[in-house]
Design a protein around this ligand. Structure first.
Ligand SMILES: [Zn+2]
Ligand SMILES: [Zn+2]
Ligand SMILES: [Zn+2]
Ligand SMILES: [Zn+2]
Length: 409
């Protein structure tokens, strides 16, 4: 405990005892409120104002609450001890209490014997305190604050200060239970000073798997599975394995595509021998390609035409040749090619417009100039041209040519 305080308190206590004995009672000044129940009105009246004041100083410890309790206790039949209930308030509250509150004078009633410290401080001249060394009143522990004090050698003023808690000094962690692959472990350590224990969890280690082994091999089209085993606890980990997909060979062409129809190709899996076939799209030539293909045929016809013949014979040959192509074509007005030389010579589709342009292409190859009669009109069409020095006509569809006006229209 606080040695300093105790030392200064003893004389004070002694003085108090003396005082109380003088009142003819001798009870401890620090009597509990319980003893107040023994106060009688008569006894209370024996206290002089100065005595009451003295006692007030000494017993300043009881709280106002305690005092109120005492005052409200009405038991008047019990014998009272006025000296053990020195609170002026109590005395005043007693029905027969003769001592008015106003007669208590704390300043006059206080004696240096009872409360020496404040009086001593006042009696000393102003000075800078000369404190001695700190004395530890209460040691700090790991968790609780301690207390220290020092005293002025001149006036006796005591100054106290907290000592911060020291904090635990833990030893090394010790395993309580080992962590497993999937379960947490725990560990513990103790304070080497106070023995306080602290525990902590240790994370699960996780499995330590070996290599994957195949359970079921995946095929081109079916999933497989595999597993691995924990080398520590034997737990199994299973996984599906994706199907591999086919390992296709290159495409092999079964039938080439043409301008007339689609082609066909095939390939096979090098693992499971599955085969599949696919269409090769029909060939759709560009406009330039169409013209080039038609021109090739037109030139051939022109070359085959009779040499050293009259114009009308040459043109009639050309008209017959174009008509011959037309006879092997479908007459149509559908699609893109029926009105082109390409339709007549290559694609096998024609109309009178297509026949006229096909014959015109041959005539150009032969060196004739020609005019497309009724072009872009929904009516019969033919070629008009100069042959042997006179105007005439040539019709690729019917395969005829003649001088003068076209006779069939
Ligand atoms: Zn001092
Ligand atoms: Zn500790
Ligand atoms: Zn494991
Ligand atoms: Zn396959």
């Amino acid at each position: 405990m606080r040695k300093e305080i105790r030392n200064s308190f003893y004389p004070l206590l002694f003085a108090l005892l003396l005082l109380l004995t003088g009142c003819g009672n001798g009870s401890d000044a620090k009597s509990t409120p319980k003893s107040a129940e023994t106060v009688t009105p008569g006894a209370a009246s024996e206290i002089t104002p100065s005595e009451a004041a003295d006692i007030t100083d000494v017993t300043s410890k009881p709280s106002p609450t305690d005092i109120t309790d005492i005052a409200s206790d009405p038991s008047p039949t019990e014998p009272a001890d006025a000296s053990t209930d020195p609170t002026p308030t109590d005395i005043t509250n007693e029905a027969t209490g003769p001592v008015p509150t106003g007669t208590v004078d704390e300043t006059n009633g206080t004696t240096p014997l009872i409360s020496p410290s404040p009086q001593a401080a006042e009696s000393n001249p102003p000075h800078t305190h000369t404190f001695g060394g700190w004395i530890i009143d209460e040691e700090a522990s790991c968790e609780l604050k301690g207390l220290k004090s020092r005293k002025c050698s001149v006036c006796g003023k005591t100054e106290t200060q907290d000592i911060e808690p020291l904090g635990h000094r833990f030893g090394d962690w010790k395993t309580v239970s080992n962590a497993t692959c999937v379960g947490e472990g725990s560990q513990e350590r103790s304070c080497t000073v106070c023995g306080k224990k602290e525990t902590a969890t240790v994370k699960a280690k996780g499995h330590n798997y070996g290599e994957w082994t195949t359970v079921k091999a995946a095929t081109c089209t079916e999933k497989g599975s595999r597993k691995r085993t924990c080398l520590v606890c034997g737990a199994e980990d299973k996984q599906t394995v994706d199907a591999k997909g086919h390992s296709w060979s290159n495409w092999k062409i079964l039938k080439e595509a043409t301008i007339f129809e689609a082609g066909e190709k095939t390939r096979s899996c090098q693992v499971c021998s599955k085969t599949e076939t696919a269409v090769i799209d029909i060939i759709v030539p560009t406009d330039e390609e169409k013209t080039a293909m038609a021109l090739k045929v037109a030139k051939q016809i022109a070359e085959n035409a009779p040499k050293n013949a009259s114009d009308i014979d040459k043109v009639t040959y050309a008209a017959e040749a174009v008509s011959d192509y037309c006879s092997r074509c479908n007459y149509t007005m559908e699609g893109k090619d029926y009105k082109l030389p390409y339709g007549v010579f290559v694609k096998g589709e024609y109309s009178c417009a297509g026949a006229t342009r096909a014959l015109g292409m041959v005539l150009e190859c032969m060196g004739f100039k020609w005019k497309h009669v009724n072009e872009h009109q929904y009516t019969h069409q033919w070629c008009e041209l100069q042959m042997d020095g006179q105007i005439g006509w040539a019709d690729g569809q019917i395969g005829m040519a003649g001088y003068g006006e076209f006779p069939f229209y």
